[in-house]
Design a protein around this ligand. Sequence first.
Ligand code: GAP
Length: 523
Amino acid sequence: MDKSMDDIMALCKRRGFVYQASEIYGGINGFWDYGPLGAQLKKNLRDAWWNDVVMTGCNGQMGPDGNPVRIVPVDTCIIQNPKVWEASGHVGGFNDPMVDCRACKARFRADHLLVYALRDLLDESHQQTAAWLGVGTIDEVKEQHRKQIDKFTASVGGQLVENTAQFVKLSDEDKASLGCPNCGQKGQLTEPRAFNLMFKTYVGATANEDDIAYLRPETAQGIFINFKNVVDSTRIGVPFGIAQTGKSFRNEVTPRNFTFRSREFEQMEVEFFCHDDDSQAWYEFWRDWRMQWWQSLGLAGENLVLREHEQDELSHYSTATSDIEYRFPFTAPGFGELEGVAHRGCYDLTQHKEHSKAKLEYFDPKRGELAKNGQPKGEHYLPTVIEPSAGLDRGVLAALCEAYTRDESRPSPEIMQFHPRLAPIKAAVFPLVNKDGMPEVAAKLFADIRTRVGSSGFVETDAKQSIGKRYARMDEGGCPFCFTIDGETLTDQTVTVRDRDTGSQERIGIDRVPGYLCEKLGV
Ligand code: GAP
Protein backbone atom coordinates (compact mmCIF):
# COMPACT_ATOMS: atom_id res chain seq x y z
CA MET A 1 0.00 0.00 0.00
CA ASP A 2 1.32 3.46 -0.90
CA LYS A 3 1.03 5.57 2.24
CA SER A 4 0.40 9.27 1.89
CA MET A 5 2.41 11.55 4.15
CA ASP A 6 -0.45 14.06 4.01
CA ASP A 7 -2.84 11.44 5.43
CA ILE A 8 -0.37 10.47 8.16
CA MET A 9 0.29 14.09 9.14
CA ALA A 10 -3.44 14.84 9.20
CA LEU A 11 -4.08 11.88 11.50
CA CYS A 12 -1.14 12.91 13.70
CA LYS A 13 -2.68 16.33 14.24
CA ARG A 14 -6.26 15.13 14.56
CA ARG A 15 -5.47 12.45 17.14
CA GLY A 16 -2.82 14.36 19.08
CA PHE A 17 0.40 12.66 18.04
CA VAL A 18 2.32 15.62 16.58
CA TYR A 19 1.54 19.33 16.30
CA GLN A 20 3.42 22.12 14.61
CA ALA A 21 5.39 23.99 17.30
CA SER A 22 4.03 27.49 18.04
CA GLU A 23 1.11 26.74 15.76
CA ILE A 24 -1.11 29.57 17.03
CA TYR A 25 1.67 32.01 16.05
CA GLY A 26 2.08 30.56 12.57
CA GLY A 27 4.57 27.85 13.54
CA ILE A 28 8.37 27.87 13.49
CA ASN A 29 10.17 25.97 10.76
CA GLY A 30 11.92 22.79 11.90
CA PHE A 31 10.27 22.47 15.32
CA TRP A 32 7.51 20.06 16.33
CA ASP A 33 5.53 19.39 19.52
CA TYR A 34 4.14 16.04 20.56
CA GLY A 35 0.55 15.79 21.77
CA PRO A 36 -0.73 13.33 24.41
CA LEU A 37 -0.56 10.21 22.22
CA GLY A 38 2.72 11.27 20.60
CA ALA A 39 4.36 12.01 23.95
CA GLN A 40 3.42 8.54 25.21
CA LEU A 41 4.50 6.85 21.96
CA LYS A 42 7.86 8.63 22.18
CA LYS A 43 8.22 7.64 25.84
CA ASN A 44 7.47 4.02 24.99
CA LEU A 45 10.16 3.96 22.30
CA ARG A 46 12.66 5.67 24.62
CA ASP A 47 11.75 3.25 27.43
CA ALA A 48 12.13 0.24 25.11
CA TRP A 49 15.61 1.47 24.18
CA TRP A 50 16.49 2.21 27.81
CA ASN A 51 15.35 -1.21 28.94
CA ASP A 52 16.76 -3.27 26.08
CA VAL A 53 20.04 -1.41 25.58
CA VAL A 54 20.96 -0.03 28.98
CA MET A 55 19.22 -2.01 31.72
CA THR A 56 19.42 -5.46 30.19
CA GLY A 57 22.63 -4.92 28.17
CA CYS A 58 21.26 -5.78 24.71
CA ASN A 59 18.41 -7.90 26.08
CA GLY A 60 20.78 -10.09 28.04
CA GLN A 61 22.68 -11.28 24.97
CA MET A 62 26.29 -12.26 25.40
CA GLY A 63 28.82 -10.01 23.69
CA PRO A 64 31.40 -11.36 21.24
CA ASP A 65 33.71 -11.99 24.24
CA GLY A 66 31.14 -14.41 25.67
CA ASN A 67 30.29 -12.11 28.60
CA PRO A 68 27.16 -10.07 29.35
CA VAL A 69 27.14 -6.63 27.71
CA ARG A 70 27.55 -3.88 30.30
CA ILE A 71 26.14 -0.38 29.78
CA VAL A 72 25.67 2.48 32.24
CA PRO A 73 23.68 5.66 31.68
CA VAL A 74 24.58 9.34 32.08
CA ASP A 75 22.54 12.50 31.71
CA THR A 76 24.77 15.38 30.68
CA CYS A 77 24.18 19.07 29.99
CA ILE A 78 22.96 20.53 26.72
CA ILE A 79 25.35 23.43 27.19
CA GLN A 80 28.99 22.55 27.85
CA ASN A 81 32.25 24.46 27.83
CA PRO A 82 32.62 25.65 24.18
CA LYS A 83 36.04 23.98 24.08
CA VAL A 84 34.19 20.66 23.92
CA TRP A 85 32.93 21.57 20.46
CA GLU A 86 36.34 22.79 19.34
CA ALA A 87 37.81 19.43 20.34
CA SER A 88 35.01 17.45 18.72
CA GLY A 89 35.44 19.36 15.47
CA HIS A 90 31.96 20.86 15.51
CA VAL A 91 33.13 24.47 15.76
CA GLY A 92 35.53 24.16 12.84
CA GLY A 93 33.84 21.61 10.67
CA PHE A 94 30.12 21.14 11.31
CA ASN A 95 29.22 23.03 8.19
CA ASP A 96 26.89 22.81 5.24
CA PRO A 97 28.19 24.78 2.24
CA MET A 98 25.51 27.35 1.44
CA VAL A 99 24.75 29.54 -1.52
CA ASP A 100 22.89 32.86 -1.19
CA CYS A 101 20.83 34.62 -3.81
CA ARG A 102 22.02 38.25 -3.96
CA ALA A 103 18.69 39.35 -5.37
CA CYS A 104 16.10 37.83 -3.01
CA LYS A 105 18.45 36.85 -0.12
CA ALA A 106 17.17 33.26 -0.07
CA ARG A 107 19.72 30.69 1.09
CA PHE A 108 20.17 27.16 -0.30
CA ARG A 109 22.39 24.20 0.35
CA ALA A 110 24.88 24.07 -2.51
CA ASP A 111 24.15 20.43 -3.23
CA HIS A 112 20.43 21.10 -3.47
CA LEU A 113 20.99 23.73 -6.15
CA LEU A 114 22.08 21.05 -8.55
CA VAL A 115 18.82 19.28 -7.92
CA TYR A 116 16.91 22.48 -8.56
CA ALA A 117 18.92 23.02 -11.73
CA LEU A 118 18.01 19.51 -12.84
CA ARG A 119 14.36 20.28 -12.16
CA ASP A 120 14.56 23.42 -14.34
CA LEU A 121 16.13 21.45 -17.13
CA LEU A 122 13.40 18.84 -16.95
CA ASP A 123 10.73 21.53 -16.92
CA GLU A 124 12.18 23.02 -20.09
CA SER A 125 12.46 19.68 -21.81
CA HIS A 126 8.90 18.80 -20.78
CA GLN A 127 7.60 21.99 -22.31
CA GLN A 128 9.47 21.30 -25.53
CA THR A 129 8.24 17.70 -25.63
CA ALA A 130 4.67 18.78 -24.91
CA ALA A 131 4.81 21.32 -27.72
CA TRP A 132 6.35 18.80 -30.09
CA LEU A 133 3.81 16.07 -29.29
CA GLY A 134 0.96 18.51 -29.04
CA VAL A 135 -0.64 16.51 -26.18
CA GLY A 136 -2.03 17.49 -22.82
CA THR A 137 -1.10 14.33 -20.94
CA ILE A 138 2.49 15.51 -20.73
CA ASP A 139 1.51 17.04 -17.38
CA GLU A 140 1.22 13.55 -15.95
CA VAL A 141 4.71 12.68 -17.16
CA LYS A 142 5.94 15.92 -15.71
CA GLU A 143 4.29 15.17 -12.37
CA GLN A 144 5.97 11.76 -12.25
CA HIS A 145 9.35 13.33 -12.88
CA ARG A 146 8.72 15.93 -10.23
CA LYS A 147 7.96 13.22 -7.70
CA GLN A 148 11.19 11.42 -8.57
CA ILE A 149 13.18 14.59 -8.13
CA ASP A 150 11.50 15.30 -4.78
CA LYS A 151 12.47 11.84 -3.61
CA PHE A 152 15.99 12.42 -4.78
CA THR A 153 16.07 15.77 -3.00
CA ALA A 154 14.88 14.11 0.20
CA SER A 155 17.67 11.57 0.10
CA VAL A 156 20.41 13.86 -1.16
CA GLY A 157 21.93 14.46 2.31
CA GLY A 158 24.57 11.75 1.92
CA GLN A 159 25.62 13.24 -1.41
CA LEU A 160 26.45 16.60 0.11
CA VAL A 161 30.21 16.60 -0.33
CA GLU A 162 30.18 15.13 -3.79
CA ASN A 163 27.46 17.42 -5.09
CA THR A 164 29.04 20.50 -3.58
CA ALA A 165 32.32 19.61 -5.21
CA GLN A 166 30.48 19.36 -8.52
CA PHE A 167 28.87 22.73 -7.92
CA VAL A 168 32.22 24.34 -7.23
CA LYS A 169 33.58 22.78 -10.43
CA LEU A 170 30.86 24.37 -12.56
CA SER A 171 32.23 27.04 -14.91
CA ASP A 172 31.37 30.68 -14.16
CA GLU A 173 29.21 30.64 -17.27
CA ASP A 174 27.25 27.64 -16.02
CA LYS A 175 26.84 29.16 -12.58
CA ALA A 176 25.61 32.39 -14.11
CA SER A 177 23.01 30.44 -16.05
CA LEU A 178 21.61 28.85 -12.87
CA GLY A 179 18.42 30.55 -11.80
CA CYS A 180 17.63 31.16 -8.13
CA PRO A 181 15.07 28.49 -7.16
CA ASN A 182 13.19 31.15 -5.19
CA CYS A 183 13.05 34.29 -7.37
CA GLY A 184 14.23 32.82 -10.67
CA GLN A 185 16.87 35.51 -11.35
CA LYS A 186 19.99 34.23 -13.08
CA GLY A 187 23.59 35.04 -12.17
CA GLN A 188 22.72 36.09 -8.63
CA LEU A 189 24.00 33.07 -6.71
CA THR A 190 27.11 33.45 -4.54
CA GLU A 191 29.94 30.93 -4.21
CA PRO A 192 29.21 28.28 -1.53
CA ARG A 193 30.06 29.48 1.99
CA ALA A 194 30.30 27.45 5.18
CA PHE A 195 27.29 27.74 7.49
CA ASN A 196 27.76 26.32 10.97
CA LEU A 197 24.87 24.18 12.12
CA MET A 198 25.32 24.79 15.84
CA PHE A 199 22.90 27.07 17.68
CA LYS A 200 24.75 29.81 19.55
CA THR A 201 23.74 31.31 22.84
CA TYR A 202 25.34 33.42 25.58
CA VAL A 203 26.04 32.25 29.11
CA GLY A 204 25.75 35.04 31.69
CA ALA A 205 24.34 38.51 31.62
CA THR A 206 26.92 40.42 29.58
CA ALA A 207 26.38 38.56 26.32
CA ASN A 208 29.69 39.44 24.73
CA GLU A 209 31.91 37.29 22.48
CA ASP A 210 33.60 35.64 25.46
CA ASP A 211 30.26 34.32 26.70
CA ILE A 212 29.33 32.42 23.55
CA ALA A 213 28.19 28.86 24.14
CA TYR A 214 26.48 26.30 21.93
CA LEU A 215 23.48 24.03 22.24
CA ARG A 216 24.83 20.52 21.77
CA PRO A 217 24.46 19.12 18.26
CA GLU A 218 24.77 15.53 19.55
CA THR A 219 24.55 13.84 22.95
CA ALA A 220 27.72 11.84 22.25
CA GLN A 221 30.26 14.43 23.40
CA GLY A 222 28.71 14.59 26.89
CA ILE A 223 29.58 10.90 27.12
CA PHE A 224 33.19 11.21 25.93
CA ILE A 225 34.02 14.03 28.33
CA ASN A 226 32.68 11.95 31.23
CA PHE A 227 34.48 8.73 30.27
CA LYS A 228 37.09 9.14 33.01
CA ASN A 229 34.49 10.15 35.62
CA VAL A 230 32.47 7.02 34.91
CA VAL A 231 35.52 4.75 35.08
CA ASP A 232 36.66 6.38 38.33
CA SER A 233 33.27 6.40 40.03
CA THR A 234 31.99 2.92 39.13
CA ARG A 235 33.48 -0.55 39.10
CA ILE A 236 32.85 -0.98 35.42
CA GLY A 237 35.77 -1.78 33.11
CA VAL A 238 36.45 -2.00 29.37
CA PRO A 239 34.62 -3.36 27.42
CA PHE A 240 31.59 -1.33 28.45
CA GLY A 241 29.22 1.29 27.12
CA ILE A 242 27.92 4.64 28.32
CA ALA A 243 24.44 5.54 27.14
CA GLN A 244 22.44 8.72 27.04
CA THR A 245 19.17 9.98 25.62
CA GLY A 246 18.35 13.64 25.20
CA LYS A 247 17.74 16.66 23.05
CA SER A 248 20.18 17.80 20.39
CA PHE A 249 19.97 20.92 18.28
CA ARG A 250 21.07 21.60 14.72
CA ASN A 251 20.26 24.72 12.78
CA GLU A 252 19.44 22.62 9.73
CA VAL A 253 19.36 24.70 6.58
CA THR A 254 16.49 22.83 5.06
CA PRO A 255 14.35 21.20 7.77
CA ARG A 256 11.96 18.94 5.92
CA ASN A 257 9.79 15.88 5.79
CA PHE A 258 7.74 16.39 8.93
CA THR A 259 9.90 15.54 11.97
CA PHE A 260 12.55 13.72 9.91
CA ARG A 261 14.96 16.64 9.71
CA SER A 262 14.18 18.95 12.61
CA ARG A 263 16.18 21.65 14.32
CA GLU A 264 15.46 20.26 17.79
CA PHE A 265 15.39 16.48 18.12
CA GLU A 266 16.18 13.70 20.54
CA GLN A 267 18.93 11.13 20.22
CA MET A 268 19.58 7.78 21.91
CA GLU A 269 23.31 7.16 21.83
CA VAL A 270 25.76 4.61 23.16
CA GLU A 271 29.52 5.02 23.14
CA PHE A 272 30.89 1.53 23.58
CA PHE A 273 34.53 1.44 24.74
CA CYS A 274 36.64 -1.59 23.89
CA HIS A 275 40.22 -2.61 23.12
CA ASP A 276 41.16 -1.98 19.52
CA ASP A 277 41.94 -5.68 18.98
CA ASP A 278 38.30 -6.52 19.75
CA SER A 279 36.74 -3.56 18.01
CA GLN A 280 35.75 -5.20 14.71
CA ALA A 281 33.90 -7.96 16.56
CA TRP A 282 32.08 -5.38 18.73
CA TYR A 283 31.25 -3.29 15.66
CA GLU A 284 29.63 -6.28 13.97
CA PHE A 285 27.82 -7.20 17.18
CA TRP A 286 26.27 -3.74 17.58
CA ARG A 287 25.45 -3.35 13.90
CA ASP A 288 23.54 -6.63 13.77
CA TRP A 289 21.88 -6.33 17.15
CA ARG A 290 20.64 -2.79 16.52
CA MET A 291 19.06 -3.95 13.26
CA GLN A 292 17.32 -6.80 15.09
CA TRP A 293 16.11 -4.37 17.74
CA TRP A 294 14.30 -2.12 15.26
CA GLN A 295 12.82 -5.23 13.65
CA SER A 296 11.57 -6.44 17.04
CA LEU A 297 9.46 -3.27 17.33
CA GLY A 298 7.54 -4.03 14.18
CA LEU A 299 9.72 -2.31 11.56
CA ALA A 300 10.27 -5.63 9.91
CA GLY A 301 10.29 -6.62 6.29
CA GLU A 302 11.27 -4.75 3.23
CA ASN A 303 10.95 -1.30 4.85
CA LEU A 304 14.14 -1.67 6.87
CA VAL A 305 17.66 -2.07 5.48
CA LEU A 306 21.16 -2.19 6.86
CA ARG A 307 23.50 -0.24 4.60
CA GLU A 308 27.23 -0.65 5.05
CA HIS A 309 29.08 2.52 4.00
CA GLU A 310 31.45 2.40 1.03
CA GLN A 311 35.12 3.09 1.81
CA ASP A 312 34.92 6.57 0.26
CA GLU A 313 31.95 7.50 2.48
CA LEU A 314 33.81 6.84 5.74
CA SER A 315 35.13 9.60 8.01
CA HIS A 316 38.92 9.68 8.11
CA TYR A 317 38.98 8.05 11.58
CA SER A 318 36.38 5.35 10.88
CA THR A 319 37.17 1.90 9.53
CA ALA A 320 33.52 0.87 9.24
CA THR A 321 30.10 2.50 9.53
CA SER A 322 26.64 1.29 8.68
CA ASP A 323 23.26 2.94 8.65
CA ILE A 324 19.96 1.38 9.59
CA GLU A 325 17.52 2.93 7.17
CA TYR A 326 13.74 2.96 6.91
CA ARG A 327 11.65 3.41 3.79
CA PHE A 328 9.56 6.47 4.72
CA PRO A 329 6.71 7.42 2.37
CA PHE A 330 8.68 10.57 1.42
CA THR A 331 11.90 8.66 0.64
CA ALA A 332 10.28 5.68 -1.12
CA PRO A 333 11.50 3.88 -3.10
CA GLY A 334 14.64 5.11 -1.28
CA PHE A 335 15.40 4.97 2.44
CA GLY A 336 16.18 7.49 5.21
CA GLU A 337 18.59 7.03 8.12
CA LEU A 338 17.20 5.94 11.51
CA GLU A 339 20.45 5.09 13.20
CA GLY A 340 24.15 5.05 12.40
CA VAL A 341 26.52 2.47 13.86
CA ALA A 342 30.09 3.75 13.57
CA HIS A 343 33.52 2.41 14.38
CA ARG A 344 35.10 5.69 15.55
CA GLY A 345 38.55 4.39 16.46
CA CYS A 346 39.93 6.41 19.40
CA TYR A 347 39.36 9.70 17.60
CA ASP A 348 37.09 11.38 20.16
CA LEU A 349 39.06 10.46 23.27
CA THR A 350 42.29 11.51 21.52
CA GLN A 351 40.77 14.88 20.62
CA HIS A 352 39.55 15.52 24.17
CA LYS A 353 42.84 14.34 25.62
CA GLU A 354 44.76 16.79 23.43
CA HIS A 355 42.44 19.75 23.96
CA SER A 356 41.82 19.31 27.69
CA LYS A 357 45.25 17.87 28.62
CA ALA A 358 43.37 15.43 30.86
CA LYS A 359 44.75 11.89 31.17
CA LEU A 360 42.06 9.81 29.53
CA GLU A 361 43.98 6.54 29.10
CA TYR A 362 42.35 3.50 30.60
CA PHE A 363 44.39 1.09 32.68
CA ASP A 364 43.37 -2.46 31.83
CA PRO A 365 44.64 -4.88 34.48
CA LYS A 366 43.66 -7.89 32.35
CA ARG A 367 46.04 -7.05 29.48
CA GLY A 368 49.75 -6.59 28.89
CA GLU A 369 52.79 -8.82 29.25
CA LEU A 370 52.80 -11.48 31.89
CA ALA A 371 54.73 -10.74 35.07
CA LYS A 372 56.89 -13.35 36.86
CA ASN A 373 53.87 -14.42 38.92
CA GLY A 374 52.08 -15.29 35.67
CA GLN A 375 49.63 -12.41 36.00
CA PRO A 376 49.26 -9.72 33.29
CA LYS A 377 51.14 -6.51 34.10
CA GLY A 378 48.28 -4.41 32.76
CA GLU A 379 48.12 -2.04 29.79
CA HIS A 380 47.38 1.67 29.41
CA TYR A 381 45.44 2.58 26.28
CA LEU A 382 42.81 4.87 24.83
CA PRO A 383 39.84 2.61 24.11
CA THR A 384 38.37 2.30 20.65
CA VAL A 385 34.74 3.35 20.37
CA ILE A 386 31.77 1.78 18.63
CA GLU A 387 28.89 4.24 18.46
CA PRO A 388 25.29 3.15 17.82
CA SER A 389 23.55 6.53 17.47
CA ALA A 390 19.77 6.51 16.95
CA GLY A 391 17.27 9.29 16.38
CA LEU A 392 14.29 9.03 18.73
CA ASP A 393 12.08 11.33 16.69
CA ARG A 394 12.97 9.48 13.51
CA GLY A 395 12.15 6.22 15.30
CA VAL A 396 8.76 7.64 16.28
CA LEU A 397 8.19 8.81 12.72
CA ALA A 398 9.07 5.36 11.37
CA ALA A 399 6.69 3.78 13.92
CA LEU A 400 3.92 6.17 12.83
CA CYS A 401 4.50 5.49 9.13
CA GLU A 402 4.75 1.73 9.62
CA ALA A 403 1.61 1.66 11.79
CA TYR A 404 -0.54 3.70 9.41
CA THR A 405 -2.87 1.30 7.61
CA ARG A 406 -6.00 1.83 5.55
CA ASP A 407 -8.72 -0.77 5.37
CA GLU A 408 -11.48 0.57 3.15
CA SER A 409 -13.79 -2.29 4.16
CA ARG A 410 -14.05 -0.85 7.67
CA PRO A 411 -16.51 1.94 8.54
CA SER A 412 -13.55 4.11 9.56
CA PRO A 413 -10.63 3.03 7.41
CA GLU A 414 -7.59 4.47 9.23
CA ILE A 415 -5.89 2.13 11.71
CA MET A 416 -2.62 2.65 13.54
CA GLN A 417 -1.21 -0.85 13.88
CA PHE A 418 1.49 -0.11 16.46
CA HIS A 419 3.52 -2.89 17.99
CA PRO A 420 1.80 -3.53 21.37
CA ARG A 421 4.92 -2.40 23.20
CA LEU A 422 4.86 0.99 21.51
CA ALA A 423 1.09 1.56 21.43
CA PRO A 424 0.35 4.71 23.45
CA ILE A 425 -3.14 3.47 24.33
CA LYS A 426 -2.90 -0.06 25.65
CA ALA A 427 -6.58 -0.86 26.18
CA ALA A 428 -10.08 0.57 26.27
CA VAL A 429 -13.04 -0.45 28.40
CA PHE A 430 -16.51 0.38 27.09
CA PRO A 431 -19.98 -0.14 28.50
CA LEU A 432 -22.09 -1.10 25.47
CA VAL A 433 -24.78 1.31 26.69
CA ASN A 434 -24.62 3.93 29.39
CA LYS A 435 -27.22 2.25 31.65
CA ASP A 436 -28.41 -1.06 33.12
CA GLY A 437 -25.41 -1.38 35.48
CA MET A 438 -22.88 -1.57 32.61
CA PRO A 439 -21.05 1.72 33.39
CA GLU A 440 -20.39 0.54 36.96
CA VAL A 441 -18.85 -2.76 35.81
CA ALA A 442 -16.78 -0.89 33.19
CA ALA A 443 -15.53 1.63 35.78
CA LYS A 444 -14.30 -1.19 38.03
CA LEU A 445 -12.50 -3.00 35.20
CA PHE A 446 -11.03 0.28 33.95
CA ALA A 447 -9.56 1.08 37.38
CA ASP A 448 -8.15 -2.43 37.70
CA ILE A 449 -6.30 -2.60 34.38
CA ARG A 450 -5.18 1.01 34.55
CA THR A 451 -3.03 0.26 37.59
CA ARG A 452 -1.60 -2.83 35.89
CA VAL A 453 -0.73 -1.05 32.65
CA GLY A 454 0.93 1.71 34.67
CA SER A 455 3.19 4.16 32.82
CA SER A 456 3.37 2.07 29.64
CA GLY A 457 0.22 3.62 28.17
CA PHE A 458 -3.25 5.02 28.51
CA VAL A 459 -6.30 2.95 29.33
CA GLU A 460 -9.36 4.68 27.92
CA THR A 461 -12.99 4.48 28.83
CA ASP A 462 -15.86 6.15 27.06
CA ALA A 463 -19.62 5.73 27.03
CA LYS A 464 -20.55 8.32 24.41
CA GLN A 465 -21.49 7.59 20.78
CA SER A 466 -22.19 4.25 19.13
CA ILE A 467 -19.85 1.37 19.91
CA GLY A 468 -18.70 1.36 16.25
CA LYS A 469 -17.57 4.99 16.49
CA ARG A 470 -15.79 4.30 19.77
CA TYR A 471 -13.92 1.36 18.19
CA ALA A 472 -12.99 3.49 15.18
CA ARG A 473 -11.55 6.16 17.46
CA MET A 474 -9.45 3.54 19.22
CA ASP A 475 -8.25 2.18 15.85
CA GLU A 476 -7.00 5.64 14.92
CA GLY A 477 -5.18 5.95 18.24
CA GLY A 478 -3.67 2.49 17.76
CA CYS A 479 -5.28 0.84 20.82
CA PRO A 480 -4.71 -2.92 20.39
CA PHE A 481 -7.60 -4.20 22.57
CA CYS A 482 -11.08 -2.97 23.45
CA PHE A 483 -13.07 -4.72 26.20
CA THR A 484 -16.83 -4.23 26.07
CA ILE A 485 -19.30 -4.79 28.89
CA ASP A 486 -22.68 -5.83 27.51
CA GLY A 487 -25.90 -7.53 28.59
CA GLU A 488 -24.24 -10.92 28.79
CA THR A 489 -21.58 -9.61 31.16
CA LEU A 490 -24.26 -9.00 33.74
CA THR A 491 -25.46 -12.59 33.57
CA ASP A 492 -22.30 -14.67 32.88
CA GLN A 493 -19.39 -12.38 33.85
CA THR A 494 -17.84 -12.42 30.36
CA VAL A 495 -16.80 -9.48 28.17
CA THR A 496 -15.95 -9.13 24.50
CA VAL A 497 -12.37 -8.45 23.44
CA ARG A 498 -12.01 -6.73 20.10
CA ASP A 499 -8.73 -7.01 18.24
CA ARG A 500 -7.67 -3.77 16.51
CA ASP A 501 -5.93 -5.37 13.54
CA THR A 502 -8.59 -7.89 12.56
CA GLY A 503 -11.68 -6.27 14.05
CA SER A 504 -12.64 -9.75 15.30
CA GLN A 505 -14.16 -10.33 18.73
CA GLU A 506 -14.07 -13.13 21.28
CA ARG A 507 -15.57 -13.55 24.76
CA ILE A 508 -13.48 -14.07 27.85
CA GLY A 509 -14.26 -14.08 31.56
CA ILE A 510 -14.00 -10.60 33.08
CA ASP A 511 -11.63 -11.94 35.73
CA ARG A 512 -9.23 -13.04 32.95
CA VAL A 513 -8.96 -9.56 31.40
CA PRO A 514 -5.89 -8.26 33.32
CA GLY A 515 -3.93 -11.49 32.71
CA TYR A 516 -5.00 -11.61 29.04
CA LEU A 517 -3.88 -8.02 28.51
CA CYS A 518 -0.53 -8.39 30.27
CA GLU A 519 0.21 -11.51 28.27
CA LYS A 520 -0.65 -9.88 24.94
CA LEU A 521 1.24 -6.68 25.74
CA GLY A 522 4.22 -8.49 27.16
CA VAL A 523 4.16 -6.31 30.32
N1 GAP B 1 26.97 11.14 17.45
C1 GAP B 1 26.77 10.78 16.11
C2 GAP B 1 25.67 11.51 15.47
O1 GAP B 1 25.11 12.42 16.01
P1 GAP B 1 24.27 11.61 13.27
O2 GAP B 1 24.20 10.63 12.14
O3 GAP B 1 24.57 13.02 12.94
O4 GAP B 1 25.38 11.00 14.25
C3 GAP B 1 22.51 10.32 14.67
O5 GAP B 1 22.95 11.54 14.11
C4 GAP B 1 21.02 10.16 14.48
O6 GAP B 1 20.34 11.32 14.95
C5 GAP B 1 20.61 10.02 13.01
O7 GAP B 1 20.69 8.68 12.58
C6 GAP B 1 19.18 10.51 13.05
O8 GAP B 1 18.31 9.45 13.43
C7 GAP B 1 19.19 11.55 14.16
N2 GAP B 1 19.24 12.91 13.58
C8 GAP B 1 20.31 13.56 13.12
N3 GAP B 1 19.97 14.77 12.66
C9 GAP B 1 18.64 14.89 12.83
C10 GAP B 1 17.68 15.93 12.55
N4 GAP B 1 18.03 17.10 12.05
N5 GAP B 1 16.37 15.70 12.86
C11 GAP B 1 15.99 14.52 13.41
N6 GAP B 1 16.86 13.52 13.69
C12 GAP B 1 18.17 13.70 13.41
